[in-house]
Ligand binder design. Structure first.
Ligand code: PEP
Ligand code: MG
Length: 877
């Protein structure tokens, strides 16, 4: 097997199609080289080597030695320099590159190939001793951190002390001699911390770095990132070894990162940052605050330091051409890394850029309108789950704000919460159900779990492309970065004379960069513009209808605004909890006979009727599936003594009797107990009352809806027949009393394996099926939906289930039952209406499955309706 693939200098062993083999970075370097862009020569060690390396216990097969030697020879030939040559040394970078981009998660080593001899050669050839010694100290620092895993704070400390001793403020103030002295200190530090001298053999350096990059695939932060982004551990990373180019060779050199369009808002304008006389990690790490790429951006921000467009107009022009070429070539917004070495432009990376949901929408719609992509492609490019970012509230523009300071608007959206200063504290507080804002000087990849747990992120340092900004945008967390006026330490954050302590409430607005004391009220976002356009395109493509799970007029209204085409599940029990009704409900439950129950139901009837009138009115003739009472009765029981006292007063029954009756209702396994249609079987008068309320509401309306009455937790045809008889009888009674009729359907949920298996005969009794995949998952897997959280993460981590089966349908198991029930149901009743109303109805992967099985509709909670509309369109593409 071949593991090494070369690129540069007219050679491209791979191309953009080889992402799985070469990783995204490697494949795109090959591709850029093959279309004639200036790429420093190099080679990629392919991803399968990552698994080999782990299987061999951290060793490489012998064959790789010769391949890597060939790769180095390729770089030497193109550059005319030799690796380890004391007179004119070749220096290389060693970087990771997985199939899916994992920004900042894995290791990089730059300036590799420097030692006590080659540094002198570099000084002579470059004519710049300061540059050579600065590069050497950077190399020792990075190598010690990444490969030798020594405590990097000791190295930073040494640098800080060197600056202080000399009265310097910036790194750029240090002279060649200062750096030379620091190199001696660094080498002594390596000896002290590692017990051995810093490796001088350049080949040892190279193999050490290659091993470290492969090793970083299994680092904690990489694992967390993979888990959050569903990236399989088996993919592995590639390693890219590439000739160094230097952005730190004086004022005609620079390094930068750029996006071909604004990754935050989506505007069609170059967007990026650069630093003169710096190396790549200076920009990304957010240590020096970078300068703007374009004049327009600089002016818009009111910043002073010259933009790249102004400082280096010629190279900027060349770069702008490359941006256009790459965007046309890849037909997507690109995220680009470049370096200018003494006036010459070099491309180091291109990839499809991460973007906010807002930007994703705008870019997709714009590109379709520009003719760069088709509408179908535009639809396919939006991650439905990311729409969530857009549907949630933003700060009320009219609410007063106590603005403490302003940073960069790094990731849009508003968030309020308690201030925490560490990622661990964020995670702990979030587990306790608290909303937190993670406040850091700057974030590093180690903070990723805390960023995920936080509602928002605020940093004092770092630009729009800093780690915090990139990761927050990817996660959809609001983020304000580079709020330079903040000082953070000892559990407080200070701005001027204001102090915010750990636990105080803070609000950030990632769209404006504002940081505010206290909580600021929010408003619903407008769903117009690009969002509306894309949704319209999606609606033109999808086959399945999208309904909503809702039981209050407010939820129904929200869902309709989001485009719901009906109600797929109205859980009537939610209506029973209202303060005005709960006493009647309890009276019904605790009644000792039918007469007692009927008396209580009599009081509930008008309340239920008015619920349905409101819902039917809100839904204005759209189909509404109403499910009759489902949960075990004891869920409605009083708990506190005061509640029992109230009930005793209301019913005239003494407290002891009430308590005894409540105790009798206790069940060992209520989820499998007296619930669902079993309640209707033992107490038909409950379902009778509910059906009557539905029909009385329906006949009272001008535009009568077609109610779809749904019986829960059916296992047998007979259950459904009995319950349908109760409903039909109530309907006839209401029609006779009022002299008006409405059409209606009676159907069932399929949420038990037996129901799925016997769907053929159940379809004889019911006119529709709605898959209740919450219970169907619970009963098929034998996993309690209320207790699963404790062990399911272990199950997912160990690959037993690919995803939480209560979130994303277990297609192989539960899905098989759904498919079978759909087939058997249709065989009996060709026009049977089929839908899904479990949580999976709002999950894009599950929606794709529903399309494949041919369901008529999916039903999702109101905020997930747009997600479902888009996912249904994607499934139909
Ligand atoms: C289901 O079981 O999937 C369902 C929708 O019903 P509930 O969640 O109310 O049990
Ligand atoms: Mg259920």
């Amino acid at each position: 097997t071949q593991y090494v693939y070369r690129f540069g200098g007219g050679v491209s062993d791979g191309g953009r199609g080889d992402r799985n083999l070469l990783g995204g970075k490697g494949a795109n370097l090959d591709e850029m080289a093959s279309i004639g862009l200036p790429v420093p020569p190099g080679f990629t060690i392919s991803t399968p080597m990552c698994a080999v390396y782990y299987d061999e216990g951290g060793k490489f097969p012998d064959s790789l030695k010769a391949e890597v030697a060939n790769g180095i020879a390729h770089i030497e030939q193109i550059t005319g320099k030799r690796f380890g040559d004391a007179a004119d040394p070749l220096l290389v970078s060693v970087r990771s590159g997985a199939r899916a981009s994992m920004p900042g998660m894995m290791d990089t080593v730059l300036n590799l190939g420097l030692n006590d001899a080659t540094v002198e050669g570099l000084a002579t050839v470059s004519g710049d001793a300061r540059f050579a010694w600065d590069s050497y100290r950077r190399f020792i620092q990075m190598y010690s951190d990444v490969v030798l895993e020594l405590d990097h704070s000791r190295f930073e400390e040494a640098l800080e002390i060197a600056k202080e001793d000399n009265g310097y403020y910036l790194d750029t103030d240090l002279t060649a001699d200062d750096w030379r002295k620091l190199v001696d200190e660094y080498k002594a530090l390596v000896q002290e911390l590692w017990g051995k001298p810093f490796p001088q053999d350049v080949h040892d350096q190279l193999w050490g770095a290659i091993g470290a990059v492969f090793g970083s695939w299994q680092s904690e932060r990489a694992k967390v990132y993979r888990r959050l982004n569903d990236i399989p551990a088996s993919w592995g990373t590639a390693v890219n070894v590439q000739a160094m180019v230097f952005g730190n060779m004086g004022d005609t050199s620079a390094t930068g990162v750029a996006f071909t369009r604004d990754p935050s808002k989506g505007d069609n304008a170059y967007y990026g940052e650069f630093l003169i006389n710096a190396q790549g990690e200076d920009v990304v790490a957010g240590i020096r605050t970078p300068q703007y790429l374009t004049k327009a951006a600089r002016e818009a921000a009111g910043a002073k330091p010259a933009s790249m467009e102004e400082a280096m107009p010629e190279v900027y022009g060349e770069l702008a051409n490359v941006f256009d070429l790459l965007e046309r070539h890849y037909r997507d917004m690109q995220d680009i890394e470049f370096t200018v070495q003494q006036g010459k432009l070099w491309m180091l990376q291109t990839r499809s850029g991460k973007r906010t949901a807002k930007a994703a929408l705008k870019i997709a719609v714009d590109m379709a309108n520009e003719g760069l992509i088709t509408r179908e492609e535009a639809i396919a490019r939006i991650d439905p789950a990311a729409l969530d970012q857009l549907l949630h509230p933003t700060l009320d523009p009219k609410a007063p704000r106590d603005v403490l300071t302003k940073g960069l608007p790094a990731s849009p959206g508003a968030a309020s919460g308690k201030v925490v200063f560490t990622a661990d504290a964020a995670e702990t507080a979030a587990k306790d159900g608290q909303d937190v804002i993670l406040v850091r000087v700057e974030t590093s990849p180690e903070d990723i779990h805390g960023m995920h747990a936080a509602k928002g992120i605020l940093t004092a340092r770092g630009g729009m492309t800093s780690h915090a900004a990139v990761v927050a945008r990817g996660m959809g967390r609001p983020c304000v970065s580079g709020a330079g006026a903040l000082s953070i330490g000892n559990g407080v954050m200070r701005v001027g004379d204001r102090e915010v302590k750990e636990g105080d409430i803070l609000t950030i607005d990632g769209s404006t960069g504002e940081v505010m004391a206290g909580a600021v009220p929010t408003v619903q976002p407008e769903l117009s513009g690009d969002f509306g356009t894309l949704m319209e395109w999606a609606d033109g493509i999808r086959r399945m209808k999208v309904r909503t799970n809702a039981e209050t007029p407010l939820d129904c209204r929200t869902a309709r605004d989001f485009g719901a085409e009906g109600i797929g599940l109205c859980r009537t029990e939610h209506m029973f909890f209202e303060a005005s009704r709960i006493t009647s409900v309890r009276q019904m439950i605790l009644a000792s006979d039918e007469a007692g129950r009927r008396a209580a139901l009599e009081k509930l009837l008008p309340e239920q009727r008015s619920d349905f009138v409101e819902i039917f009115e809100t839904m204005a003739g759209l189909p509404c599936t109403i499910r009759l009472l489902d949960p075990p009765l004891h869920e409605f029981l009083p708990h506190a003594d005061a509640e029992f006292e109230d009930l005793a007063t209301a019913t005239g029954i003494d407290i002891d009797t009430l308590k005894r009756r409540a105790a009798e209702l206790h069940e060992f396994n209520p989820m499998l107990g007296h619930r669902g249609c079993r309640l209707g079987v033992t107490y038909p008068e409950i379902y009778e009352m509910q059906a009557r309320a539905i029909f009385e509401a329906a006949v009272s309306l001008e535009a009568a809806p077609v109610p779809e009455i749904m019986i829960p937790l059916v296992a047998t045809k007979r259950e459904l027949e009995l319950m349908k008889a109760v409903v039909d009888k109530a309907a006839e009674a209401v029609f006779a009393e009022t002299g008006k009729r409405v059409d209606y359907l009676v159907g069932t949920m399929i949420e038990l394996p037996r129901a799925a298996l016997r769907a053929g005969e159940i379809a004889e009794a019911g006119q529709f099926f709605s898959f209740g995949t919450n219970d169907l998952t619970q009963t098929t897997l034998g996993v309690s939906r209320d207790d699963a959280a404790r062990f399911l993460t272990d199950y997912v981590e160990q690959g037993i289930y690919a995803k939480d089966p209560f979130v994303s349908l277990d297609v192989e198991g539960v899905g098989e039952l759904v498919k079978l029930a759909a087939e058997r149901g249709r065989a009996t009743r060709g026009d049977i209406k089929l839908g899904i109303c479990g949580e999976h109805g709002g999950d894009p992967a599950s929606i794709a499955f529903c399309e494949a099985v041919g369901l008529d509709y999916v039903s999702a909670s109101p905020y997930r309706v747009p997600i479902a509309r888009l996912a249904a369109a994607q499934a139909a593409l």
